[in-house]
Design a protein around this ligand. Structure first.
Ligand SMILES: CC(C)(COP(=O)(O)OP(=O)(O)OC[C@H]1O[C@@H](n2cnc3c(N)ncnc32)[C@H](O)[C@@H]1O)[C@@H](O)C(=O)NCCC(=O)NCCS
Ligand SMILES: Nc1ncnc2c1ncn2[C@@H]1O[C@H](COP(=O)(O)OP(=O)(O)OP(=O)(O)O)[C@@H](O)[C@H]1O
Length: 201
């Protein structure tokens, strides 16, 4: 089994590419963001730590869950608070992912395990993945796609860009670069080629 980590800036097209990958035989896809949300639900250890850490912030709904929009405003405008959240959530996410990867390796059924995570490099997933892949899309294109599809404001897009790594850093750590400035079909062709190259190594 090969374990591939897929990363890239906000709106680069990671989810789009994962939708394609999960249609392939012998491939299982994991989303760090989805796992993080599960591990942040009320009643979990992470939730309690976040509750203690962010008790004074206006991010809580009446039922005790987070208001996603308000949490985004807080963590993308304050590096210290973002680091605090990441320090609570990401060790738990990584532990969970490591367990799944170990189990799948032992089972020996999967051909490829894929992890999508925005913070793959920052959180040192190179230690557990066999290969890191970077989905590269220019900032102006990502901004336009995010404003159109998610209704993000230009300010929100810029704040998230500023909180993420520079292109050169992604390129330094990732073995494969998928250019997603064109059509999804173009990106899929590059993915298929990268898989063939990996399997022939
Ligand atoms: C902060 C939240 C509420 C923002 O939600 P929103 O729908 O506005 O944005 P979305 O989830 O699409 O994230 C926007 C971009 O920021 C990145 N991002 C998300 N959380 C973080 C974080 N903690 N630190 C840095 N970047 C992050 C995403 O990967 C994406 O590229 C949400 O992302 C969240 O609950 N984050 C905590 C869980 C987490 O750390 N997820 C990332 C796992 S790699
Ligand atoms: N090649 C493409 N052509 C046109 N639209 C695209 C292309 N790739 C992705 N998109 C669109 O751009 C938007 C952002 O893509 P997607 O959600 O896959 O990004 P992401 O990298 O997963 O973002 P995030 O970092 O927030 O998780 C979506 O609406 C998606 O359908």
């Amino acid at each position: 089994m090969k374990f591939i980590g897929i990363t890239g800036g906000v709106g680069a097209g990671k989810s789009e590419i994962l939708h394609y990958l999960e249609t392939k035989d012998g491939v299982k896809v994991m989303l760090a963001d989805e796992i993080a949300h599960e591990l942040m639900l009320p009643g979990t250890e992470c939730y309690q730590k976040l509750k203690d850490m962010f008790s004074d912030e206006d991010i809580w709904n009446e039922d005790g869950s987070f208001d996603r929009k308000k949490l985004a405003t807080v963590i993308f405008s304050d590096e210290k608070k973002r680091d605090a959240l990441n320090g609570i959530v990401h060790p738990a996410v990584k532990k969970y992912i490591r367990t799944v990867a170990d189990t799948e390796r032992e089972n020996g059924v999967l051909k490829i395990l894929v992890l999508e995570a925005a913070l793959l490099i920052e959180e040192h997933y190179d230690e557990i993945c066999d290969e890191l892949w970077y989905i590269y899309t220019r900032e102006d294109i990502r901004k336009e796609r995010l404003m159109r599809s998610r209704g993000y404001s230009p300010e929100k897009v810029q704040q998230i860009f500023d909180s993420q790594l520079q292109e050169a850093v992604y390129r330094k750590y990732c073995k494969v670069v998928i250019d997603n400035n064109g059509t999804v079909e173009d990106a899929i062709r590059q993915i298929d080629l990268a898989i063939t190259n990996m399997e022939n190594e």
